[in-house]
Design a binder for this molecule. Structure first.
Ligand code: GLU
Length: 330
């Protein structure tokens, strides 16, 4: 029987982190090849070619790195890979997987995984996560799902997944939809398919577009907002309180900024849609949207920031950006 070919691309993170040198703590050291070799069961599932794409703690990954990674994944699939597994740090997995989901338009599964316990600890979860990810990447069931995150034997859509705990191996959750499926005795099960997929096309040689992400809090007077444009950001996402509410003192600075660069209104709650027509107080969602802010819909601040940055990078102007956020889930 011929086994499917799966490409594994490693970017660093806890899954690859061991002690090296005399400094404190672990740092990314193991390559993709070493990770795959450490799990002999993988050879029973797929023929794997592994390569180190980057060797970084995951907050160091940039959107430019991910644009390059998306091109490399497409190339691997064109060359015959049935699926691709990316290993990286879990701190930003919800962001990098979402960028891959937006940039790639493939049927082949693209699975992003990592580990919460590094290889020097008892109960290290990297080997189990890597094996489950290869099983998902090689499966028919996961085709057409877009990019997914597989950890702790669960399959999560990149569009919804969030890291919710600093250390738990059950840290990944996908509010409000839950996981798309799971891996049982080595078999991937897909119980849920999302109704929509979204895609952003980038022109060759597109330039990074820095988008700021700021959170609202009680009593804030908005003095940071005028600095956003001055510092060279080309967009802002504000993670407002509740359904999209900010203190009234921030409305003027936010409205001024929204007249100059796209400003997206997200919620800091972590689940649910930004409201559009419920509250009428100064600083409410109706007030902010009437002053030119764009509702993030069901996307959280992190994901809204990445979508906005990629749309700006694609050359989209404010109208098209608004339409894209509005069309989400319609
Ligand atoms: N807990 C993180 C990890 O899973 C820390 C390091 C990182 O994100 O690279 O990898």
């Amino acid at each position: 029987m011929t086994l499917p070919h799966i490409a594994v691309l490693s970017l660093g993170g806890t899954i690859s982190s061991t002690r090296s040198g005399s400094g404190p703590g672990v740092t990314p050291t193991l390559t993709g090849e070493m990770l795959v070799e450490s799990v002999p069961e993988i050879a029973e599932v797929a023929e794997v070619s592994a390569a180190a794409f980057r060797q970084l703690p995951s907050p160091e990954i940039t959107i430019d790195d991910l644009v390059e990674l998306a091109a490399e994944i497409s190339h691997r699939v064109d060359e015959g890979a049935a699926g691709v597994v990316v290993t990286q740090g879990t701190d930003t997995i919800e962001e990098s997987s979402f960028v891959l989901d937006l940039l790639l338009d493939l049927d082949a599964p693209v699975v992003v995984t990592g580990a919460m316990r590094n290889p020097t600890l008892p109960g290290a979860d990297g080997p189990a996560n890597l094996l489950a990810s290869v099983q998902v990447a090689a499966s028919e069931a996961a085709r057409g799902l877009g990019a997914v995150v597989v950890l702790n034997d669960e399959i999560h859509a990149a569009r919804y997944v969030r890291k919710t705990h600093t250390q738990s191996t059950a840290t990944f959750k996908s509010p409000p939809v839950g996981p798309l499926g799971w891996v049982s005795e080595g078999t991937p099960r897909v119980a849920v398919r999302l109704v929509e997929r979204h895609h952003v096309d980038l022109p060759a040689g597109s330039q990074d577009q820095p988008v700021a992400l700021l959170a609202g809090a009680l009593g804030d007077d908005g003095r940071l907002f005028p600095a956003v444009k001055e510092l060279g950001y080309t967009g802002l996402v504000v993670e407002a309180t509740g359904g999209g509410h900010m203190p009234s003192a921030t409305v003027g600075p936010l409205a001024d900024l929204a007249g100059e660069i796209p400003v997206v209104l997200a919620s800091r709650t972590g689940s649910g849609e930004v409201l559009r027509r419920t509250y009428g107080f100064p600083g409410s969602e109706t007030d902010l949207l009437s002053r030119g802010l764009i509702a993030a819909g069901p996307l959280d601040g992190r994901k809204a920031r990445l979508l906005l940055s990629l749309l700006l990078r694609s050359g989209a102007k404010k109208d098209e950006i608004s339409r894209t956020f509005d069309r989400w889930l319609r």
